[in-house]
Write a protein of this length. Sequence first.
Length: 158
Amino acid sequence: MEDRTQSSLIALRRILRATELNARTVARATGLTTPQLIVLEIVASSPRAQPKDIAAKAGVGQATATSLVDKLEARGLVERTRGEHDRRLVWVTATEEGRRVLESAPDPLQHVFSQQFSKLPDWEQAMIVAALEKIGAILNAGAIDASPLLDVGPVDRR
């Protein structure tokens, strides 16, 4: 039984380490955190986006999305504009510099995971989700707020 415990802990450590290494690779290549890169990808994927839509697509709260957009805007990677007819609306667009950063950026780990995971049969996906949820429960992590971004540390580092 100890062998299974040890094997499980090694597998968890490998997952954590892969996440950490990918976050460092993304940061070295782009100067961005993984959540910032994901938000930049979301913004660049359409002509313009609203903060609430960015938050929904990134799986984070609107305040977190706004903070991430603030950081991207400060770096000149996105810009905000007000709606012409309704000044309450805010639109976020990627700048040319933001698009250049995306072109040179490595794939965030969640893209690699999503591509591989989606190729699995439904029963295997369900089994993996159940096992991961059980691991979370074993680690008393059920109440921890988490977004679907594979990154180390908080999504919005201040």
